[in-house]
Design a protein around this ligand. Structure first.
Ligand code: ZN
Length: 476
């Protein structure tokens, strides 16, 4: 037996050798034929009949076909290799591509984001890297953007909703959220997803809460943190506000939720509290599993101050439906956004306080349009003088700022591709304060406050400077 095996190996080697030789011979033949063809064409053109030409051409054609077939097979194999890499989470979307299914996107630095189905990765170099603020656009089927055409891009930015990816590592998530069983300082929760739900494995709790980067209104960002969750008092998230006139204890205000979101979960203060908690746990799970979330690139517009299910927007160049909206309607209309858009890949909600803090950490020390550092703890990225701004609020993305503002502070309220964090209208959040206030963030066209600033308003009130911002989390 051994001898025969040996013999077969020898035969095999010989065949391989022959094949190699045949290969060389074939190439030599082709060259010879080509040389012959040239010679024939130049010197003895019509001296021979067409048969030599035909035979030579035939040989070359057959060889080319064979080479072509082999190349096709190689291409097919390379395609299969690409597919295999894509399904295992490799770089499958390129800038300008639309995600047909929720897909990972790897940028040129090797950083990863998750692109929800239906969204398109920006085709602009300054918008397709995660570190710089990765922008995704919600472009309907059948419509396209020529990313090389500046005018077309500018129009796209006023037309299609845009969001920016905020990466949250598994390390950072424990600086963003806590569990409600935590009693100590930071660092002693370990949040994971266990059996399909977010859970702190240290305290064995599935009740999630925000770790907020201040403990009081006006307090400097990161001077202190809310390290424990205390319901009904102080700064916390999530929670209802029990005040019977100005907040969730008022059934008329609850109706503003239920008329848009349905009565289930929004008919009583207790049920609303449970709905907020369920949503919060779901957001934490999504942020853990996807290692990030999306923030509206612009302040939310197209909100209405009635119990109407209006489809809100996050686009540049509008000032419609931003101020003077009651918190409950802002919450309900932003929560309803993803469903109104027919999106099943993501869910939407009002900006959460914990998420806003992470947006601040993401943009901190980023570069603003004039090349200087964008400051989140001090003002100066945009003007705030009420008397110097003619139309209030001005358009999102500062589109009409230079003609609308007569002061000296140039528009630099853009960092990591997110606009108007410091100015225009502020950002109302789900963060609760005492028994009657929802926390709002940033300054306005008339309040000279920094981007990270924490203020607050009665939940049941809204004035012309109060705005909000969408938050998206990958659907579960
Ligand atoms: Zn914990």
């Amino acid at each position: 037996m051994k001898e025969r095996v040996k013999e077969n190996e020898d035969v095999s080697k010989c065949k391989t050798h022959l094949k190699k030789r045949r290969g060389i011979t074939l190439i030599a033949l082709i060259i010879t034929i080509i040389v012959l063809l040239i010679l024939v064409a130049i010197t003895i053109d019509v001296a021979v009949d067409g048969k030599l030409f035909d035979t030579a051409k035939d040989a070359v054609d057959k060889t080319n076909n064979k080479v072509g077939q082999q190349q096709n097979r190689v291409d097919e194999l390379m395609g299969e290799l690409d597919n295999a890499l894509n399904t295992s989470g490799g770089n499958s979307l390129s800038p300008g591509d639309k995600a047909d299914t929720t897909t990972k996107y790897e940028d040129s630095n090797g950083d990863i984001a998750v692109i929800p189905a239906g969204f398109t990765v920006s085709g602009l170099a300054e918008e397709n890297k995660i570190d710089d603020g990765l922008v995704i656009y919600l472009i309907p089927d059948g419509e396209t953007v020529d990313w090389a055409n500046g005018a077309e891009v500018a129009t796209a930015q006023t037309t299609y909703d845009q969001f920016v990816w905020i990466p949250i590592s598994h390390e950072q998530i424990n600086n963003m959220y806590i569990c409600q069983a935590k009693t100590g300082e930071n660092g002693n929760c370990n949040i994971e997803v266990v059996n399909g739900e977010a859970k702190c494995t240290v305290h064995n709790s599935s009740q999630m809460a925000g770790r907020l980067y201040a403990t009081d209104s006006g307090e400097s960002f990161e001077k202190a943190y809310t390290e424990v969750y205390t319901p009904n008092t102080g700064r916390r998230e999530p929670d209802v506000l029990t005040h019977s006139t100005y907040a969730d204890g008022n059934s008329t205000l609850l109706t503003q939720l239920s008329s848009i979101l349905g009565t289930e979960g929004y008919d009583t203060t207790a049920n609303f509290k449970q709905s907020l908690q369920e949503e919060y746990n779901e957001v934490v799970k999504s942020v853990y599993e996807n290692q990030g979330f999306y923030v509206g690139r612009y302040e939310t517009s197209n909100m209405v101050n009635s119990n109407t299910n209006s489809t809100v927007r996050t686009v540049a160049g509008t000032k419609t439906g931003m101020g003077t909206i009651i918190w409950h309607r802002m919450y309900a209309q932003q929560k309803k956004y993803a469903e109104n858009k027919g999106l099943t890949s993501v869910k939407s909600t009002m900006m959460q306080g914990s998420a806003y803090d992470q947006v601040m950490k993401f943009v901190e020390n980023g570069t603003r349009p004039d090349g200087r550092t964008y400051t989140i703890k001090t003002v100066g990225n945009v003007g705030h003088e009420l008397s110097l701004i003619t139309t209030k609020p001005y358009q999102t993305g500062g589109r009409d700022y230079s003609t609308n503002y007569t002061g000296t502070t140039l528009y630099n309220d853009k960092v990591k591709n997110i606009y108007d964090l410091e100015g225009n209208v502020d950002t109302r959040t789900t963060e609760a304060s005492d028994d009657e206030y929802r926390v709002d963030r940033g300054g306005t066209y008339s309040d000279s406050e920094s981007a990270s600033y924490r203020g607050g308003r009665w939940a049941g009130a809204g004035d012309s400077t109060s705005g909000s911002r969408l938050q998206l989390y990958i659907g579960l």
